[in-house]
Design a protein around this ligand. Structure first.
Ligand SMILES: Cc1cc2nc3c(=O)[nH]c(=O)nc-3n(C[C@H](O)[C@H](O)[C@H](O)COP(=O)(O)OP(=O)(O)OC[C@H]3O[C@@H](n4cnc5c(N)ncnc54)[C@H](O)[C@@H]3O)c2cc1C
Length: 309
C-alpha cells in the first residue's frame, strides 16, 4: 500500500482546554486538575473505523458508533484517549486509588522532600456511623456535639504527629525514616495518567455509592467536571450503558420473565433453586445478599417482589 502523507490537525477539545491547569477543590485541601490530555470523541471513532472499514462511515454517525462500542464492550478504541491529572489526596483515599493498576503514576516523594504539611480534617457534622447492612460502608451522621468533640481530638492528634515528625527532621533523622508515624490523613500529590477505557472503569467503581465517600468525591469531580467536558459523547454513553444501567444475572432474568408472565410461584421456585429463600429458624428468610440486591433492583423497576408477597 502506498504511504501518502496526510496532513492531520492536532485534535483539541476547547471545553477542556479552557480548564487546563484549573484546580478543582476536593475535600478540605485536596484538588484535581488536568495537566494534559490526548484524543477526543473523534479519536475513538477514528480508531474504530480502522477496524470496521470505511463502509460504516456512511451509516453510523459518531455518536451512535461510540454508543455501539460502549454497549458492546468494544473497548480498545477508548484506549486511544488519555488523561493526565495532578491530584492532591489524603493518603487513605490514595491507598484505594492506586489499586487501579492501569495508571501511570509519579507521586511526591517523602524520602526526597519533607512531607506535605496538610492533613485532611473532618468537620464536626461529617462523622459517619458504621453501616449496619454493609460491613464496608457508612450509615448516617453522628450528632454534631459528638462530632465536634471527635474533630477536636482529631486536630490534636494530627498536630502532635506532625510535631513528632518535625522534631525528627529537626534532629537530623532521614526523611525516609522520620515519616513512618505520619497519619494516613496526610495529603500526598501525584501525577496520574490513564487511558479512557480504564478511566471509565475507575469511575464506574469509584463514583458508585458503594465506594468510600472520600474517593467518591474525587471520582465525581473527575467524571462530572473533566470527562464530561473532554468526551461528551462517551460520557453520555457511559451513563446510559454503564453507570446508570442495571445488569441482570441469568437467574435474575429468569425471575423477571416469570414476574412478567404473572407467575409469582415460578419466580419463587427459581429463587428457591438458587438458594435465596432458606427459611430462618425464627421465621422469615435467612439473609441472602444476592436476594437483597435483586429485591432492590425489582423495587427500582416498580416490580412486585415475589418472596415478599
Ligand atoms: C467498593 C470497593 C471495595 C473494595 N474492597 C476491597 C477490599 O476489601 N480489599 C482489597 O484488597 N481491595 C478492595 N477493593 C479494590 C478492588 O478489589 C480492586 O483492586 C480495585 O477496585 C481495582 O480494580 P481493578 O483491578 O479492576 O482495576 P485496575 O487495576 O485499573 O485494572 C483494570 C482491569 O485491568 C485488568 N488487570 C489489571 N491488572 C491485572 C492483572 N495483574 N491481572 C489480570 N488482569 C489485570 C483487569 O481486567 C482489571 O479489571 C475494593 C474496591 C471497591 C470499588
Amino acid at each position: 500500500m502506498e504511504s501518502r502523507p496526510e496532513k492531520l490537525p492536532r485534535p483539541g477539545v476547547p471545553a477542556l482546554d479552557e480548564i487546563l491547569g484549573r484546580a478543582f477543590p476536593v475535600l478540605d485541601d485536596g484538588l484535581v486538575r488536568v495537566v494534559d490530555y490526548m484524543g477526543d470523541d473523534a479519536a475513538i471513532v477514528q480508531a474504530a473505523r480502522v477496524s470496521y472499514g470505511s463502509g460504516t462511515k456512511k451509516t453510523s454517525d459518531d455518536r451512535s458508533l461510540i454508543r455501539y462500542l460502549l454497549r458492546h464492550r468494544h473497548t480498545t478504541p477508548f484506549e486511544m484517549c488519555s488523561l493526565k491529572l495532578h491530584v492532591r489526596v489524603p493518603m487513605d483515599a490514595w491507598r484505594q486509588w492506586i489499586r487501579h493498576r492501569t495508571a501511570s503514576i509519579n507521586e511526591y516523594s517523602t524520602r526526597y522532600s519533607v512531607a506535605i504539611n496538610s492533613a485532611q480534617q473532618t468537620a464536626g457534622d461529617q462523622w459517619r456511623t458504621q453501616a449496619v447492612d454493609n460491613k464496608q460502608g457508612s450509615g448516617s451522621f453522628l450528632d454534631r456535639d459528638t462530632g465536634t468533640i471527635l474533630s477536636a481530638s482529631e486536630k490534636a492528634h494530627q498536630d502532635s504527629t506532625r510535631k513528632l515528625y518535625q522534631d525528627r527532621i529537626d534532629q537530623g533523622v532521614a526523611r525516609e525514616q522520620a515519616r513512618k508515624d505520619l497519619p494516613l490523613c496526610t495529603y500526598t500529590e501525584a501525577y496520574w495518567k490513564m487511558d479512557l477505557h480504564n478511566l471509565l472503569h475507575f469511575l464506574a467503581l469509584r463514583m458508585d455509592s458503594h465506594a468510600q465517600k472520600e474517593i467518591r468525591d474525587y471520582a465525581t469531580v473527575i467524571g462530572q467536571e473533566i470527562v464530561a467536558r473532554w468526551v461528551p459523547m462517551t460520557w453520555e454513553a457511559f451513563h446510559d450503558y454503564r453507570f446508570g444501567a442495571m445488569y441482570f444475572s441469568r437467574i435474575e432474568s429468569g425471575i423477571i420473565a416469570a414476574i412478567g408472565k404473572g407467575e409469582a410461584e415460578e419466580a419463587n421456585t427459581l429463587a428457591k433453586a438458587a438458594g435465596w429463600l432458606k427459611p430462618a429458624r425464627n421465621g422469615g428468610l435467612v439473609p441472602n445478599r444476592e436476594r437483597l440486591e435483586f429485591s432492590e433492583k425489582l423495587r427500582q423497576l416498580n416490580l412486585q417482589i415475589p418472596w415478599e408477597q
